[in-house]
Design a binder for this molecule. Structure first.
Ligand code: HEM
Length: 473
């Protein structure tokens, strides 16, 4: 036992915690990544070893916690006392994606202001026409699928959808991946995220010595995005010279915030890439899970449809964000899908100095630099008091008023100063997808590709998620 005393009790150290037995040198890494669902493995270990346990990442000891008090403290005390995992940030920065997600300290404060401003509701109203345009394309794609009788690959379609929305928002560029066939940036960009996940979980950073073909492909994609961003930024600068309100993130970056210095190209690129990465997979997987649950719950489909008919009347799509906000049941479907399938199920951080936590199991001393994995949605499928019958898909539970959404143990967008700034956009997009699906179609599950499953790279995502659409009866 360690001889550290806090609030009268002797604090344990990370070494004193129980946890899964690891292999020499590689520790628990192989067991963690085996099966491609590291978040579920962490949750199973949490069931076995308690809310706060130890594991080893190679030779490095790490803490995993689902203890709400510990997680809330980490959320609250960033960026001063905890930083994002240096390993995760290093992998993203290496690709040139240094931006608000990986920045720390004063640099983070500055970039965070810009990101928050670009994603606030006032801005959202400005690019709402982009969202409507992209939704119309999605609807037409689904009309064609319904007519042909073929099942739709929901995740693929929705990745195209969120990519088009996000690239419109981030740089005013219409990728139009929903209407494209064949290869192109719209096909290569979505490969970045899984590759980041693969690099984060790789036991050996071989790429620093040898570049495999996949690494070279990735480098080429990054260069392609860089060229596009340069182009779009020059265009944004021209537009802003003529006066007028910024209509996308790049245009907002042209004019520095009051008292801030002008942004460099590397910062512009890093932050645009951050938006593209942060906004795409997370939202598409969330919306895809929502469509999946709807396909298995016809009564929920009927409720979404009735609500959308009432709110939208003669409009094909919501005319503004306020109309989306009135579709409470559709939003509850999205929240319930997130509860059952959180797509960003843990946040990896590390303390900037030694810290003693008051955990459910007593005080715990964690040394500076120790990786900490916070399972900020773990309780959502286990807390039978707040979520009776937790495995059931029941969107109504969010309408019954008793549940504060987004408070631990269910915080799908994180918490504290680094709370996801894209939350409003994500909820708007996913709610529109849900309403569009139910308003236009009857949905049925399709298992032709195999049973629906779940995998995780950097974020968690569904596999084999096919749904059969037929025109609304
Ligand atoms: C359902 C969709 C989404 C989920 C579940 C999600 C979840 C999260 C989570 C858990 C974090 C980490 C918070 C932390 O480190 O404490 C985060 C950060 C972030 N998200 Fe999201 N996100 C979603 C969509 C979006 C969208 C659409 C955008 C923008 C286009 C976005 C932009 C960001 C950014 C820039 C950060 C970094 C914030 C910072 O470090 O200060 N996210 N998100």
């Amino acid at each position: 036992m360690a001889e550290v005393v806090t609030s009268g009790a002797v604090a344990r150290t990370v070494e004193d915690l129980s946890g899964p037995r690891g292999l020499p040198v590689v520790g628990n890494l192989p067991a963690l990544v085996r099966g491609g669902r590291p978040h579920r493995t962490l949750e199973e270990w949490c069931d076995r070893f308690g809310p706060t346990f130890r594991m080893s990442m190679g030779r490095t000891p790490a803490v995993v916690t689902a203890d709400p008090a510990v997680i809330a403290r980490i959320h609250r005390q960033r960026p001063d006392d905890f930083q994002r995992s240096a390993h995760v940030s290093g992998v993203i920065d290496e690709l040139g994606g240094h931006g608000v997600f990986t920045a720390e300290g004063d640099e983070w404060r500055r970039l965070r202001k810009m990101a928050t401003q670009a994603l606030n509701m006032a801005y959202l109203r400005q690019y709402f026409s982009t969202i409507t345009l992209v939704t119309d394309r999605l609807k037409r794609r689904w009309d064609a699928a319904a007519e042909s009788g073929r099942a739709v690959d929901v995740l693929d379609d929705l990745m195209r959808y969120t990519l088009d929305v996000t690239s419109g928002l981030a740089m005013g560029h219409d990728l139009n991946s929903l209407e494209q066939t064949g290869d192109g940036l719209h096909r290569r960009l979505p490969l970045l995220f899984p590759e980041i996940g693969r690099r984060i979980n790789a036991p050996v950073p071989y790429r620093r010595r040898v570049r495999l073909p996949r690494d070279r492909r990735l480098d080429a994609t990054v260069r392609e995005i860089d060229a596009l961003v340069r182009d779009r930024f020059a265009e944004a600068a021209r537009r802003m010279e003529g006066g007028g309100e910024p209509a996308n993130f790049l245009e907002a970056l042209v004019a520095p915030l009051e008292g801030e210095s002008p942004i460099t190209h590397d910062e512009v690129f890093g932050n645009v890439l951050t938006m593209l990465l942060a906004g795409e997979d997370t939202t598409s997987s969330t919306a895809a899970w929502a469509v999946h649950y709807l396909a298995g719950h016809p009564e929920a489909q009927r409720r979404v449809r009735a609500e959308a008919d009432e709110v939208l009347g003669e409009h094909a799509f919501p005319p503004d964000p306020a109309a989306v906000g009135r579709m409470k049941y559709a939003e509850a479907v999205v929240t319930e899908a997130q509860r059952l399938r959180p797509v960003a199920p843990y946040i990896a951080t590390q303390p900037l100095h030694d810290v003693t936590f008051e955990t459910e199991q007593g005080p715990l001393l964690v040394e500076k630099g120790t990786p900490i994995f916070s399972l900020h949605a773990y309780g959502a499928r286990r807390d039978t008091v707040r979520f009776p019958d937790p495995e059931a898909f029941r969107p109504e539970r969010w309408l019954e008023g008793a549940l504060p959404p987004e408070s631990l143990p269910f915080a799908p967008f994180g918490g504290g100063p680094r709370f996801c700034p894209g939350r409003n956009l994500a909820v708007v997009e996913a709610t529109i997808v849900v309403a569009t699906a139910c308003r236009g179609f009857d949905l049925e599950p399709d298992h032709s590709a195999g049973p629906v499953g779940e995998r995780a790279s950097f974020t968690a995502f569904p596999v084999n998620l096919r749904v059969r659409l037929s025109a609304r009866r």
